[in-house]
Design a binder for this molecule. Structure first.
Ligand SMILES: *Cc1c(COP(=O)(O)O)cnc(C)c1O
Length: 355
């Protein structure tokens, strides 16, 4: 039976990305050696990093004065690297979910942290509005897509301070105005590559201002200066990112990804709103197009497990909601197909007809 992968992360990648990466793991560029067993400084590998960086700059139209680097440690390491490198006195954080809260916790190790707003009391079912950022904050940190709760800030905010964003689960799903940001970071395993690499985009002239000594490996300048080659980078994950970037370009770039994301989300949210068994979990205007969360309507609560089993029998994988929300979560990253979303909708319709 055909499987439809709705995993939240690590998650679905285009089949050709997986096949081409697997091929290079067997025989890298016809060298007779695996991608896993060559030096990262080999003359054949440098072009992989160079092309990946060039494609990222092209796809996101990154202006002059920014660097693109690949790091290990996941998005979670950036939670401390960001304040280590950027927090001078005071930082502002928008608390929109589990990941935002974790980022804020690390920042408190380095200075004053102002929580500009939070939707924690409402189990993060909306993006707070109408808040103000202290004009003397060094930056405002936001999480553009809340992977667990299914809310999203799908635009580049206008605020009086510099923006820093965790875009782990929606990067490359829409055009971004990079000029508004001092830093953008993303763990790769949601929308870019296999797990093991983190993409970081940095505004060069904002580095080196923090009034503290930074350990070499945690100082962004180390990795910018050495073009992600200060130490051994995660070569296979970087290669898989390159193949995804080529795939995005071939398929129309981030504008096309944006259109497809909206189409997938429209199809699924329409069914959630129409179907008597289900309801969405977040404010309509803040709905994520990447992680689509829904639960059983109260009068059908006992059908949660039966629906999960029915959908599984129809090929759906990874639709169980995160434990802090319950119900279901269909993650629809760039590689997700309209066909996959329609298969899920079909299962929802059939299950409704049976009840
Ligand atoms: C998954 C996720 C993280 C954590 O990523 P790791 O690479 O596992 O550290 C952080 N932020 C967001 C928005 C995520 O979706």
């Amino acid at each position: 039976m055909k499987k439809y992968n709705f995993n939240a992360g690590p998650s679905m990648l285009p089949r050709e990305v997986i096949e081409k990466t697997a091929q290079q793991c067997l025989d890298f560029n016809g060298s007779g050696l695996s991608l896993m067993e060559i030096s990262h400084r080999a003359k054949d590998f440098q072009p992989v990093v160079d092309e990946a960086v060039a494609l990222i700059k092209e796809l996101l139209q990154i202006p002059e004065g920014y660097s693109v680097i690949f790091l290990g440690g996941g998005a979670s390491l950036e939670f401390c690297m960001i304040p280590y490198n950027f927090l001078i006195k005071k930082a502002a954080y928008l608390n929109t979910g589990t990941w935002a809260k974790k980022a804020m916790k690390e920042a408190k190790l380095f200075g004053e942290v102002v929580e500009v707003a939070s939707s924690a009391d409402a189990n993060y079912t909306f993006i707070p509005k109408g808040w103000e950022v202290p004009a003397d904050a060094d930056y405002l940190h936001i999480t553009t897509n809340n992977t667990i709760y299914g809310t999203e800030i799908r635009k580049d905010l206008d605020v009086p301070v510099r923006l820093i964003a965790d875009m782990s689960s929606d990067i490359f799903s829409r055009p971004i105005d990079v000029a508004k940001y001092d830093a953008i970071y993303a763990g790769a395993q949601k929308n870019l590559a296999m797990a093991g690499v983190t993409l970081v985009i940095l505004k060069d002239d904002t580095l080196g201002k923090a009034p503290r000594q930074i350990p070499t490996m945690l100082d962004y300048r180390t990795h910018v200066d050495k073009g992600s080659m200060f130490n051994t980078p995660p070569v296979v994950p970087i290669y898989s990112a390159l193949e995804t970037l080529r795939w995005i370009k071939k398929n129309g770039g981030v504008e096309a990804m944006d259109k497809l994301a909206q189409q997938r989300a429209d199809i699924l949210y329409s069914e959630i709103d129409r179907n008597k068994l289900f309801r969405g979990t977040v404010e309509t205007e803040d709905r994520s197009v990447m992680n689509i969360c829904f639960v059983m309507n109260d009068e059908y609560a006992e059908l949660e497990k039966p629906f999960f089993e029915y959908a599984t029998s129809k090929g759906m994988v990874g639709i169980k909601g995160h434990r802090s929300v319950g119900g279901f979560r269909a993650s629809c990253y760039n590689a997700q197909t309209i066909e996959g979303v329609e298969a899920l909708v079909q299962a929802m319709k059939e299950f409704e007809a049976q009840h």
